[in-house]
Design a protein around this ligand. Structure first.
Ligand SMILES: Nc1ncnc2c1ncn2[C@@H]1O[C@H](COP(=O)(O)OP(=O)(O)OP(=O)(O)O)[C@@H](O)[C@H]1O
Length: 631
């Protein structure tokens, strides 16, 4: 602008003041009184448009006089000086204007207004930058706190609180878009039962925001009629002003909307809108992460529940009841437990039951069979190794202790561990830290140890084949599983249970055991314990077809025991025992030939028709197969 010499003091004033002040109000309060004298003018006033009002920012020499509202509006509209009898008015930009009373030199007024506008812009720019930095710092703090939470409920609450605080609103809600139901779910919804408000996705300001993807602001006479009073009625809350922005995921998909209600003073500004958009961008990412986390968590919990449900310790015999009651008592402690029992008696089932009944159930259950690991590999298997620790260590690998961290480590067949292995294990149990083979960093481990063996560990301790100190550490509580033959009718319960499980998985109707078959099951010695019974049930499910499992079908009972065990199955006179043996042997051969009678007959050294005759003589079912031809 071209300046006359007498404008120079005014411009110097503006320049000096604009460097000194961080706020527009501070600048104006200093400049206006001096400028009024320098111009000179009777009064000076700077106003800001906040429809439908004009807000006075600063004034000098005003007394009680009114702001010349129409003239100011005129100046803003024409973007230049407007004059009336007493007043001159000029726009300053961004809704600000200045008016002067008792000043006739329009040129001097215009130059002053231009200088003031430039000073305003400079202060406002600085003010905005500082405000933006403060807001970004606040948003950073807020979003950092969000990262600590994995619960959707807690996150939504934290977001609403943050937005309320940041934008000086009265309350805030996040509306998540339930697209399949065409609904918006508002949470937290204060004053609503269940703290959840469901509205159709096309209703109110929120509906407009999610469909247009554009922010909306209402209040102070602007769009007030669009406020959904139905929502107010359901929450018992009166809405005066709303700022609502879309929640957009990084890929642009709209997840819902973020809404702040009732600005505590005045109305929501452009600046508030920018702030909420920024906050919403972070909120959308946090919500998406939390949603994915919660889905994973739910899936994990379902899997844990399924695993726990599928794990049944069947049996009502006093011995099993006693085991069950001990499990209930000790499960939720961190005591080390030694589980004793012959092979196949259910030691691992017991270990898993303890894990799923403990507070560790959501953490891993890791089983290690100490007998199956070569001594040289035991250390790396249990404690892990670093890359290059030995020839085959191409990658670093965590050991079972690390994998089980927070959960349960089940050391099966502990009696088979070498003395060297026992020493290393003891050290880890005492220090609660492992060092990977080839590594040097101690890694803290927090695991519960359950151990099992079918050996007499006390005798091994006496024979110095098992370390006494380790024995005491593992044997804080011991649980003894009796052999299956000592569990009475549990044999039948287990047989029914396994048969039903296998038949169900094959989609076949579960047959019943005949009375004779039940008797036979009870009489059997079960050298392989529950595992043997389970295997038998599996074979029955696959190999028999009728509705009833007959005693003959039970020749499928595995003869895996010792000769003495096998002989114990035959009772009575020599003739009876011979008959039993023949039945047994024929059935076994037929099974071994997958039911092919010609092949079975050949293996038995009989003609096929002779085999049928023999079977009829022995009272064995032939299902009339000899008439049909089975090849
Ligand atoms: N009381 C029970 N109820 C239901 N299933 C059982 C029971 N006991 C054992 N089982 C089943 O029998 C099989 C053998 O059990 P498990 O592996 O727990 O025995 P174990 O004593 O650990 O055997 P090993 O000493 O050979 O490792 C498994 O399939 C298991 O599910």
């Amino acid at each position: 602008m071209a300046q006359s010499a007498d404008q120079i003091p005014l411009l110097r004033l503006l320049l000096a003041s604009s460097g000194r002040h961080d706020t527009l109000k501070g600048l104006l309060d200093e400049v206006l009184p001096e400028a009024r004298e320098l111009l000179p003018a009777a009064s000076l006033v700077v106003v800001h448009s906040n429809p439908p009002k004009w807000e006075v920012q600063s004034a000098s020499g005003m007394g009680e006089r009114q702001v010349p509202a129409e003239l100011v509006a005129d100046a803003i509209d024409r973007d230049g000086v407007a004059a009336s009898a007493d007043w001159l008015a000029a726009p300053l930009g961004e809704g600000y204007a200045i008016a002067a009373r008792g000043l006739s030199d329009q040129a001097a007024f215009r130059q002053f207004a231009e200088g003031l506008a430039a000073a305003d812009r400079s202060v406002l720019g600085r003010q905005r930058r500082e405000h933006r930095i403060r807001r970004l710092e606040t948003i950073l703090e807020i979003t950092h706190a969000w990262r600590q939470t994995n619960s959707m409920e807690a996150l939504l609450k934290a977001m609403a609180e943050a937005a309320t605080e940041l934008l000086q609103g009265d309350r805030a809600s996040i509306f998540l878009w339930d697209r399949p139901k065409h609904e918006l779910v508002g949470r937290p919804a204060l004053g609503v039962k269940g703290n959840e408000l469901r509205i159709p996705d096309d209703s109110g300001i929120v509906g407009q925001v999610i469909h247009s993807g554009e922010p909306r602001r209402v209040g102070g006479g602007l769009g007030d009629e669009q406020i959904d009073r139905d929502v107010d009625r359901s929450t018992g809350y009166t809405t005066h002003s709303i700022l609502c922005v879309p929640l957009l995921a990084p890929n642009g998909r709209c997840l819902g909307a973020f809404e702040v209600l009732n600005k505590r003073q005045g109305h929501f500004t452009d600046d508030d809108e920018r702030g909420l958009i920024e906050l919403a961008a972070h909120a959308a990412v946090a919500l998406q992460n939390t949603q994915e986390f919660e889905e994973l968590l739910t899936k994990h919990q379902q899997l844990v529940a399924e695993a726990a449900q599928g794990l049944q310790l069947i049996g009502e015999s006093p011995a099993v009841e006693a085991v069950r009651s001990t499990i209930r008592r000790i499960a939720d402690t961190d005591l080390a437990i030694l589980i004793l029992g012959d092979n196949g008696t259910g030691k691992e089932v017991v270990a898993r039951s303890i894990h799923y009944l403990s507070r560790r159930r959501e953490q891993p259950f890791i089983a290690v069979n100490c007998a199956a690991i070569a001594e040289t590999l035991l250390e790396s298997e249990l404690f892990g190794h670093e890359k290059g620790a030995f020839t085959d260590a191409r990658e670093s690998r965590p050991g079972k202790f690390e994998l089980a961290s927070g959960g349960t480590l089940f050391l099966d067949e502990i009696g088979d561990m070498s003395l060297g292995g026992q020493a290393k294990l003891l050290r880890v149990l005492e220090d609660k830290t492992v060092v990977r083979v080839g590594g040097s960093t101690p890694i803290h481990t927090e695991v519960r140890i359950l151990a099992a063996t079918n050996q007499d560990l006390s005798a091994m301790v006496r024979a110095k084949r098992f370390r006494e100190d380790l024995f005491f550490r593992l044997n804080v509580v011991s649980l003894e599983l009796p052999p299956l033959r000592e569990r009475g009718e549990d044999v039948l319960r287990l047989a029914d249970h396994f048969l039903q499980t296998f038949c169900r998985s094959m989609g076949r109707k579960t047959p019943k055991f005949s009375a004779a078959a039940r008797k036979r099951l009870l009489a059997h010695n079960w050298p392989g314990n529950v595992r043997e019974l389970r295997n038998l049930a599996e074979r029955l499910a696959y190999l028999t077809t009728g509705d009833v499992v007959e005693v003959d079908d039970l020749v499928l009972i595995e003869s895996s025991g010792s000769d003495a065990d096998r002989l114990a199955e035959f009772e009575g006179s020599l003739a009876d025992a011979t008959r039993d043996f023949q039945q047994h042997y024929i059935r076994k051969t037929i099974d071994g030939s997958r039911g092919n009678m010609s092949s079975a007959a050949k293996r038995l050294g009989l003609h096929r028709s002779n085999l049928y005759r023999k079977m009829r003589q022995l009272g064995m079912a032939t299902d009339g197969a000899e008439d049909e031809g089975d090849e």
